[in-house]
Ligand binder design. Structure first.
Ligand code: GGG
Length: 354
């Protein structure tokens, strides 16, 4: 296999700390596995870049990233910049420029990790979040600002192509797993776009008679994910509902510090982007205590997507075995800092290889 080139954007806050940790595990894996030939190029884009240059990434940023095989991303967001400016200046343009219309968020209760639930059972589900449209739209505006007549309007965009491809991806995924699919809706309150989502969900379902599928209002679904997480397999939702529900799922699996996400262009026409789901956590940035697990698991997803399924599985197993051995960061009730946790994952990787 030819050299595969990865663009690294560590971004803001704890992003550089967890991405450096993920890179160390990837480098260790590459030293052990002759089939891996990965080359990295770092881009210093993010909020610090914005404060210096007035944009989160250069105007030709997407063009420069287009030639890479994948993007390894840390986090975006910093208190001195409004969140909608930083997110819409960096992460969302990449998701859209590269038609990464699936945001895949696997959630598992890893060995050695404690769930906040009293009886969690074996938790193993995947959120398929639509990633390029829906409620994340820049159509709208404000008028009469500063007056008591002020109005803010924002339109959601649900296209048949956009909903159908996300829903179909989720049905296919459910077919390859435990054959259960839940559609997150809110068609009782959101009376135009959500009934449309439901209609497409049911229509696509006719091609998958072997998959048990049901729609559930997102509020009830959030409660059921906490009360009966074991009953879920694949969940599909719009951009906003998928984002919120996957954070609930990650929290019940122990910590949002563990969960990864893959922003996929399934046709592989453009690079896909891999990131931990957590944000930049300014409150602990620079202290060296961030949990690198989400970034390491994201690296594992990236390897799988690049055609190195075995290497990806090996990395995830090393992470899980490390957590099971008792080495854990503070968010998981342990006392390891980022470096010790990463050293332990690398040591486990080497033991797995031997
Ligand atoms: N690593 C993920 C990250 O930085 N997320 C920041 C965020 O606010 N994301 C919103 C979203 O994914 O919709």
């Amino acid at each position: 296999m030819a050299t595969q080139r990865i663009a690294v954007i560590a971004g803001d806050g704890i992003g550089p700390e967890v991405i450096a940790a993920g890179r160390r595990t990837l480098d260790a894996l590459q030293a052990l596995d002759a089939t891996l030939d990965l080359e990295y190029v770092e881009f210093p884009w993010g909020s610090a870049y914005y404060l210096e240059h007035g944009h989160m990434m250069p105007p030709d940023g997407a063009q420069r990233l287009a030639e890479f095989d994948a993007i390894y991303f840390g986090a975006v967001g910093w208190p001195s910049i409004p969140d909608h400016v930083s997110l819409w200046g960096l992460l969302i343009p990449m998701r859209r420029s590269f038609d990464q219309y699936i945001n895949l968020r696997p959630v598992r209760l890893l060995k050695g990790v404690e769930s906040p639930l009293a009886h969690p059972g074996a938790m193993d589900f995947v959120m398929v979040r639509e990633n390029t449209e829906g409620e994340y739209s820049d159509i709208g505006g404000r008028i009469f600002s500063g007056s008591d007549r002020e109005i803010a309007i924002q339109e959601s965009v649900f296209t048949r192509v956009g909903v159908e491809r996300a829903v179909r991806y989720a049905y296919e995924l459910a077919r390859s797993r435990r054959k259960r699919l839940t559609g997150a809706t809110k068609s009782n309150g959101i009376r135009v776009t959500m009934p449309f989502f439901d209609e497409v969900f049911r229509a696509v379902g006719e091609d998958y008679p072997d998959v048990t599928a049901a729609l559930m209002h997102a509020d009830a679904l959030a409660a059921q994910l906490v009360l009966r997480p074991r009953e879920f397999d694949v969940i599909v939702g719009s951009n906003l509902l998928g984002d919120i529900l996957s954070e609930v799922m990650a929290a019940v699996s122990g910590s949002i510090g563990i969960a990864p996400s893959a922003n996929l262009n399934p046709e592989r026409r453009w690079p896909s982007l891999f990131e931990p789901i957590h944000g930049s956590a300014p409150d602990i940035a620079g202290q060296g205590i961030a949990n690198p697990s989400g970034a390491i698991w994201a690296a594992s997803l990236m390897l799988e997507s690049l055609g190195h399924a075995q290497a990806g599985q090996r990395l995830l197993r090393a992470l899980e075995d490390t957590l099971a051995s008792g080495v854990r960061t503070r968010d998981l009730g342990g006392d390891a800092d980022t470096e010790r946790m990463t050293d332990a994952v690398i040591a486990t990787l080497r033991r797995l290889e031997a």
